[in-house]
Design a protein around this ligand. Sequence first.
Ligand code: NAP
Length: 293
Amino acid sequence: MAAALIDGTALARRLNGELKAKVEVLATTGIVPCLAVVLVGDDPASHTYVRSKSRAARAVGIATVEHRLDAQLAEAELLALIERLNRDPETDGILIQLPLPKHIDVTNVLKAVHPAKDVDGFHPTNVGERVTGAGGIIPCTPMGAMFLIETVRANIEGLDAIVIGMSNIVGKPMADLLLSAGCTVTVAHIKTVGLPAICRRADIVVVAVGKPGLVRAEWIKPGAIVIDVGINRITSSDGEKRLVGDVAFEEAAGVAGAITPVPGGVGPMTIACLLLNTFEAAISRRAASIRAG
Ligand code: NAP
């Protein structure tokens, strides 16, 4: 393997350690940041993610309240819960675990979360502020990916970047962050023609598609930074279940300059950034009471 391994687990551990120290200082003012996690239905992967997020939050001293709701829950009931959490003075962040069951309109739900408590950065107010450079809470996965890129190269101005996948939660905000950092950005998607050749021009490749092994060695410019956001559960030929990304890791690592593994790359950083956003939301919303104290 020629590429340097970008270790998301180690970076997340360091960021979590720094955050824990800040949370302890905040606790001396009587404030414990609190994250409400809302999970509808029984998707096993979502339950695993929620457990990991809650465990990580507790480890840094952030309180969590989990709302595990029946898959048949009516949208109106979910909106009513979000409204209660919006008004609850003890709740600093609200995370709606996606995907939601098909009968619930995800746009309605994400719009219902108060922008100041929208620690995923999905509310149109936060999206608009981010895109116009007016601030806004940054979505956790792209934020984590930017931290990882920074460990390889602090200044990415002028580099060619490609983001493969254009979802609202990963691809589009990722492209926007790379643009803000001074990259020339291509966003590729299912209808992109000639993707391997376009990808091979990029100094930074971010893949968020959900297709195991989509990006092959010959798609990658020698020395490029490769960030694999994909999380795919596959069963190997020996019957073993495991997680893989969207990049054919072994062969790509022979060409790339630096590459994230799956697991252990973007995943832990997504959680670390969620905790950072929750802490920042608590500080912003409770600034007056912190000053008064
Ligand atoms: P998504 O909403 O399904 O979006 C996937 C995107 O990829 C869409 O824009 C889709 O285009 C595009 N696409 C599909 N097939 C393609 C192809 N062959 N070539 C190019 N583009 C293609 O998924 P997501 O929520 O962004 O998640 C993407 C992956 O990242 C999943 O594996 C997910 O599990 C993972 N993920 C990981 C983390 C983490 O913390 N590591 C966080 C979030 C997501 P169309 O819209 O045109 O179909």
